[in-house]
Design a protein around this ligand. Structure first.
Ligand SMILES: *Cc1c(COP(=O)(O)O)cnc(C)c1O
Length: 493
């Protein structure tokens, strides 16, 4: 197996794809084929630990990493960094709603599942591909990736990490998590604009000739910790495989039974990882793509037209406030049977006109596998309350969007296939929206809210959030999006 770009024919190894992050042509790296988990292997995986499952899944893709290297990466990432022995536990609410909790890591959101291991995958790759270069990790964040990447890369030798976040587009907790980050190799900067501005700015800097010259003169090279990096995606496949194994192990399904998955979606990375798990043989029937009021994906799945010329809304699920869903490019590449030319022209349309339309044929294929739905802030809050009243289960705003869209799907289709619902953040990370959904708010201090939420719900405050209270704010800079390059150069000098 090798990796190719979604926009040009090429062959790179897994290590090259991970080290580089994004292809020079602006395309994203995708595997040339999907390895198959055969029945015998799946049987074995069922009785394995998360770490053993992780090693197996990674070894399918990272075929130029040695077994010892993969073992090392997995051990470093998933031993002791999560508040639970099982990094991704499954909580069954009833026979067909199984919540896959992906937020037991150090930053309380699902990004940790991949970003605890990515620094190890990346430094291993860089040592193979370009041992003399220092890696500069450039991140655009809608809130959660930034902190998870900082946590993963802080003080990692031979790397620097620079995070840009939209100044008014992240929650108070998310902001505090990032602005208090320690580490001799980290920089954090707010930008005036929304997440798409940050993401587009970062993508442009990646291919900026001037910046390339500056970097190569100082023996540095960029890489990405966003889900455009294949090294972010592959660890996300693990938890879908693992959830399927757990359902079998717990006697909820029999091996071979189909499941559905519901994913609260922004950049399409998490749901794409579920598609990859299916492509490897995990029996997933439907991918339910849940959006908030920024429902560009819902519209795309229903019409085949992707159109970002629309109003951008700030919602109570800010990690999904996105209009340019990067990983959809990978999905389209697979749906178009690996036709890089068509993908290049669609992405050109997106850049120049802000929209593109897929063929009827591709739309039909998409609709066969995907259900798209959305829910606004009011329904999101009502879902948090209902879930708590009915099951005594407290979920965050992103997860609530997923649960709401799942209920819409079930009402529309009557489908009762067991469903894995990706729970992407701790409710405490978005306490200012979760608390008022449950009770009269009555406090405006963020930390008082955490305490009140704990009191109302009878659940503990995650330590990494409680501890923020005493941390000092270190990073206060805010720049215009045209000043991002200068900020980078200044930091790297
Ligand atoms: C990043 C994030 C999402 C969206 O995931 P994508 O992979 O970008 O689709 C959803 N919920 C939370 C809490 C997140 O941090």
């Amino acid at each position: 197996m090798y990796f190719t770009s979604t926009r040009a024919a090429k062959n790179v190894t897994a290590a090259q794809a991970v080290a580089q992050g994004i292809s020079e042509d602006g395309g994203l790296f995708v595997p040339s084929e999907f390895p198959e988990i055969d029945a015998e292997t799946l049987n074995k995986l069922i009785n394995m630990s998360y770490k053993e499952r992780a090693k197996k899944v990674l070894s399918y893709y990272l075929n130029d990493y040695t077994e010892a290297e993969i073992d090392h990466c997995v051990e470093c990432a998933y031993s002791g960094n999560f508040d639970n022995d099982i990094p991704a536990p499954l909580t069954s609410l009833n026979d067909n709603m199984h919540i896959l909790e992906l937020w037991h890591g150090p930053t309380c959101a699902f990004k940790d599942m991949a970003l605890q291991i990515l620094p190890h995958l990346l430094t291993t790759a860089a040592a193979k591909v370009s041992p003399d270069e220092e890696k500069v990790i450039l991140v655009a964040t809608s809130g959660d990736t930034g902190k998870a990447a900082l946590e993963g890369f802080a003080d990692v030798p031979n790397t620097k990490i620079i995070v840009f976040y939209p100044v008014d587009g992240v929650s108070a907790m998310q902001k505090l998590q990032m602005t208090t980050q320690k580490g001799s190799n980290v920089a954090v900067c707010a930008i005036e604009g929304n997440f798409d501005d940050a993401q587009t700015g970062v993508k442009n800097i990646f291919s900026d000739a001037d910046m390339q010259k500056f970097l190569s003169e100082s023996k540095k090279a960029f890489s990405s910790a966003n889900s455009i990096n294949f090294g972010r995606l592959v660890p996300q496949i693990i938890y879908y495989v693992s959830a399927y194994c757990d359902l079998v192990k717990d006697g909820r399904i029999k091996i071979g039974d189909k499941i559905n998955v519901v994913v609260p979606t922004g950049n399409f990375g998490n749901i794409l990882a579920a598609v990859y798990a299916r492509n490897m043989g995990i029996p997933i029937a439907k991918f339910i793509c849940a959006s908030n009021r920024n429902k560009i994906l819902t519209d795309f799945i229903s019409t085949g037209e992707y159109n970002r010329n629309r109003e951008f809304y700030q919602t109570t699920s800010p990690s999904m406030d996105i209009l340019i869903s990067s990983n959809l490019e990978r999905m389209l590449y697979h749906l178009y049977d690996n036709d890089a030319q068509i993908i290049s022209s669609l992405m050109k349309d997106l850049k120049e006109k802000g929209s593109y339309k897929v063929s009827d044929d591709v739309l039909a294929k998409l609709q066969k596998e995907f259900f798209g739905g959305f829910c606004d802030d009011k329904d999101c809050a009502a879902t948090i309350k209902n879930l708590f009243d009915e099951y005594h289960y407290l979920c965050d705003t992103h997860t609530a969007v997923a649960v709401n869209v799942y209920q819409q799907y079930k009402n529309a289709t009557g489908d009762t296939t067991p469903c894995v619902i990706a729970s992407t953040a701790s409710p405490y990370k978005f306490a200012s929206a979760v608390l008022p959904a449950l009770s009269d708010n009555g406090c405006d201090d963020e930390f008082a809210m955490l305490a009140r939420l704990s009191e109302v719900s009878g659940t503990p405050i995650p330590a990494p959030l409680a501890n923020l209270h005493d941390k000092k704010v270190i990073h206060t800079k805010c720049v215009n999006k045209t000043e991002m390059s200068d900020f980078i150069k200044n930091f790297l000098k």
